[in-house]
Ligand binder design. Structure first.
Ligand code: GDP
Ligand code: MG
Length: 839
């Protein structure tokens, strides 16, 4: 619990102090040392300050300061003791055991460390997260894959780590949602330690973020990840020198294989336990040093590295220290002045490093401005700031934001000069350069990209055919088994036609979906996706969007929901909104089952062409709609952006497999959940009422609930050429688009006028059967195609609509997306049907 929650007269033992370095230092100097007992002298609710007694002294803290100190109370300790007594069956309760168990409990609690992963996009944060926590989060070789904080747990050398994987950011300005999000996480969630993951093959740019994190005065280690790339290039880096210069331990790592992770976590424990107890000269408090040594002996006998604290009471290499990035005399002077004005507000000191806040104010950061304005002397603070930015402008001839940035890069370059020697290996980047020349070539880029897309779909459908046939055989076998062994009645029909028929018609597409995801994973992990975005940039500008919008759109081919979330990397709010609104036109894999079904039945001889045309039409409609939206609805502002081109990497088989499978798993889950339920409902609606009243299956269906729903809405879709059966599929598909296929599966398998053929598992026969059934209903190939168009374009699915609501924060836009996509679908498919009929 928190110190602020202890009541007058209660006692507790200090577990840890949270917050930035400056605050922790002050609190610890007051005596709030881990393991010490603190007693509340007076804590009146809503009344500041609160009086405490610790190590014989009385002192006072404000409520929100006390809320940054974690303690164990006597009450907690007592319950643990009684719990232990219960467990061990021991009868003896000793008075003094309360105190020692209080300390034990504090130590135990202390051994949980909250760690946040911060770093540029694509530097390997998620790889570390997955490696350490055993999670299977999506890693991809392009920016913007992680758009939310993911939490995981791991255990190491007696400690528990709560890991949070944060979105990638290049800096901590207030320009993009991620940057603000990361800032908020750091300031509000106050992680105990931050792991700054760095792409070592791109030190200069990655260290920029590091300098900003140093401003925040966090307990931090840097993981020099992708160290394999650096070595391959033949570069030489003196990591301990770099660590000294930055005052942050720098650990070489390769998260792809897990190299360096042990050392990294080992250093984190040292840092967490020791760093607050080191004085200016680098001497560590002997009591603390002894504690750390004990832990070393217990847990890390076989770890070979310099034991930074255990070696002596003096910290080696001077690597754990808080430095101030020197911004040069003018800026430093300005920082001091702004800081002095901020200092009058003691109530924000526990939250922000004032130096950090001063720097942010000088950068004219909008969030910092808001924070400052809320202060009692907010106006004065901003006045001082304005005065100082004016002076900086005068003396450096740059606006203060640029001046601060340049100063930081100056610091980084200086540090790299001392520690870094570039190698002259014909490096991996050479290959990247050559590949890029080809792949992003003006003439070759597009043909290559479309050739790749074509190959992707071709392999998906030809290769996918084989396992698809096997599954289909299995489904039919199961159906026969039920048909032959159960007594006639509704239950048998429910199982055979409703469940097996409905779910079966969707599950056969699993292999194809896996293959599709396999290709998308390769595109992502190899770095090709980023190039695709790059060559599409010009086109995207034509749509009024950025190249950055392209990645979410490609992701949309997999599933629209993560794609909607991936739009968070787009800085401009309006571009982001437009991207979200047109994303549903990207044909997600849930639409595949129905495409394959209808294409198989009507267009067997030119599958790929029809399939590709659907994807292309989706893209074209997206282009048109984004232009329309930009023109009439959302005025777009054009903020410039950087299009990242990460080096090509050979994707590991393991990563690809994991990524592919995790999608497949989601698909299967959906199968067991919403699709199963929907299949049963659809079957029920098609079976009742009065199933036995008609001898003719056709008649029976028309008179079922399902038939009635279909018939009611049938007039609306006459211009599109659909009959009531197709309409029913569309209505059911609102939940998820796979349900369109499973619904038609149920409807047509109920229709036993052709049931003789159902037992034949040969594919051509199956599709011929379906074709015959649908043709008998009067569905022409043209109507079938306009049906495909409708499925492509209309209402995405409930999950996507919910995602749009979540990301825009308003139901208005979600509702708008639902309605306008359906309107577009109706218009396009009706136009195609009508014009096609004329020809
Ligand atoms: P994030 O955006 O920071 O979460 O980065 P990811 O964890 O998604 O990784 C980006 C890409 O870098 C993936 O393709 C990883 O397989 C790859 N990667 C991660 N760590 C290393 C490493 O140490 N060396 C190399 N060569 N590649 C890595
Ligand atoms: Mg990530």
């Amino acid at each position: 619990m928190l110190l602020s929650e202890l009541k007058t007269g209660e006692k507790g033992v200090v577990v840890k102090v949270m917050g930035h370095g400056g605050f922790r230092k002050r609190i610890i100097e007051m005596g709030f040392i881990k393991g010490k007992t603190v007693e509340v002298i007076l804590n009146a609710p809503l009344q500041d300050p609160v009086k405490y007694k610790i190590m014989g002294y009385e002192l006072s803290l404000r409520h929100d300061e006390a809320a940054m100190i974690e303690v164990v109370s006597e009450e907690e300790a007592a319950t643990t003791i009684s719990q232990e007594i219960k467990n061990n069956g021991s009868e003896v309760v000793q008075e003094e055991s309360l105190h020692s168990s209080l300390k034990d409990l504090a130590t135990k609690k202390r051994r949980t460390i909250n760690v946040a992963l911060v770093g540029n996009p694509n530097c390997g944060k998620t790889s570390l997260f997955n490696f350490a926590s055993g999670a299977t989060e999506h890693v991809g070789n392009y920016s913007g894959v992680t758009v939310d904080a993911k939490e995981g747990v791991c255990h190491f050398e007696g400690y528990t780590f709560n890991l949070v994987d944060l979105p990638g950011t290049y800096s901590l300005t207030a320009y993009s949602p991620e940057e603000l999000y990361v800032r908020k996480q750091i300031i509000e969630k106050t992680p105990d330690v931050v792991i700054n993951v760095i792409d070592s093959s791109n030190l200069e740019r990655n260290l920029y973020l590091t300098t900003q994190l140093i401003d925040m005065n966090l307990r931090m280690v840097c993981a020099l990840n992708m160290y394999d790339d650096l070595e391959r290039k033949g570069d030489k880096l003196d990591t301990s020198k770099l660590g000294q210069l930055f005052g942050v331990p720098m650990i070489p790592t390769v998260f792809k294989t897990g190299k360096g992770v042990d050392l990294l976590f080992h250093i984190i424990i040292n840092l967490y336990e020791g760093v607050d107890y080191i004085d200016e000269d680098g001497n560590i408090n002997p009591e603390i040093a002894a504690e750390i040594q004990n832990w070393h002996r217990e847990y890390s006998k076989d770890i070979e590295h310099e034991e930074d604290f255990a070696a002596g009471n003096k910290v080696k290499n001077n690597v754990f220290r808080h430095i101030h990035i020197n911004h040069g005399a003018d800026i430093e002077d300005a920082i001091t002045k702004v800081r002095a004005e901020l200092e009058k507000n003691s109530h924000i000191r526990h939250r922000y490093s004032l130096r950090y806040l001063a720097i942010k104010l000088l950068e004219n950061d909008s969030e910092a401005n808001k924070t400052a304005l809320a202060l009692p002397n907010g106006k004065e603070v901003l006045d001082v700031r304005d005065e100082q930015t004016r002076i900086i402008k005068l003396s450096t001839n740059e606006d203060s934001e640029t001046a601060i940035m340049n100063a930081k890069y100056g610091f980084i370059n200086g540090a790299l000069k001392e520690s870094f020697v570039e190698g002259n290996n014909p490096d991996a980047h050479q290959i990247t350069k050559v590949l890029d020349k080809i792949v992003t070539n003006r003439w070759l880029g597009f043909p290559l990209f479309f050739a790749f897309l074509w190959l992707m779909f071709w392999v998906t459908f030809t290769l996918g055919q084989y396992p698809m046939d096997w599954i289909d055989m299995g489904v039919n076998w199961l159906k026969d088994l039920v048909n032959n062994n159960m007594t006639d009645g509704p239950l048998k029909d429910l199982i055979a036609d409703g469940i097996i028929g409905g779910v079966g018609s969707v599950i056969v597409f699993l292999p194809q979906i896996l293959i599709l995801y396999f290709f998308i994973s390769i595109m992502e992990d190899s770095g090709y996706m980023a190039r695709a975005a790059f060559i599409m940039d010009k086109l995207m500008h034509g749509m009024g969007l950025h190249g950055k919008s392209f990645i979410p759109m490609i992701m949309g081919f997999g599933c629209n929901v993560p794609a909607i979330m991936a739009t968070r990397t787009i800085e401009s709010r309006n571009s982001r909104l437009i991207t979200m609104l047109v994303l549903p036109f990207m044909s997600c894999s849930a639409r595949l089952p129905i495409y394959i079904m209808i294409i198989g039945a009507f267009f067997a001889s030119y599958q790929s062409v029809i399939m590709l045309s659907l994807y292309a039409i989706g893209i074209i409609v997206a282009i048109i709609m984004s232009r329309v939206l930009k023109r009439f609805l959302i005025k777009n502002d054009d903020t410039p952006f950087v299009m990242e081109l990460p080096p090509y990497r050979f994707p590991t088989a393991k990563a690809i497999w994991r990524h592919t499978w995790s999608k497949g798993k989601q698909y299967l889950k959906k199968m067991g959940g919403i699709i199963l339920v929907a299949s049963i409902i659809v079957w029920f609606l098609g079976y009742y009422p009065n199933h036995d009243a008609f001898s003719n299956a056709q008649e029976q269906q028309e008179n079922s609930y399902l038939g009635k729903i279909g018939k009611t809405i049938e007039p609306a879709f006459i211009p599109n050429g659909f009959d009531w059966k197709l309409d029913v599929g569309l209505v059911a598909g609102v939940g998820a688009k796979e349900i369109v296929a499973s619904t038609l599966g149920v409807i047509y398998s109920n229709d036993d006028s052709f049931s003789e053929d159902d037992t034949v598992s040969d594919d051509t026969v199956k599709y011929n059967t379906l074709n015959a059934k649908m043709t008998a209903d009067g569905i022409t190939p043209l109507a079938a195609f306009s049906f495909l168009l409708f499925v492509l374009l209309y209402f995405p699915c409930l999950a996507t609509i919910a995602a749009i609501k979540g990301e825009t924060g308003s139901w208005r836009w979600a509702l708008f997306a639902a309605i306008y996509t359906t309107a577009v679908a109706w218009i396009v498919s009706a136009l195609v049907f009508q014009i096609g009929s004329l020809i």
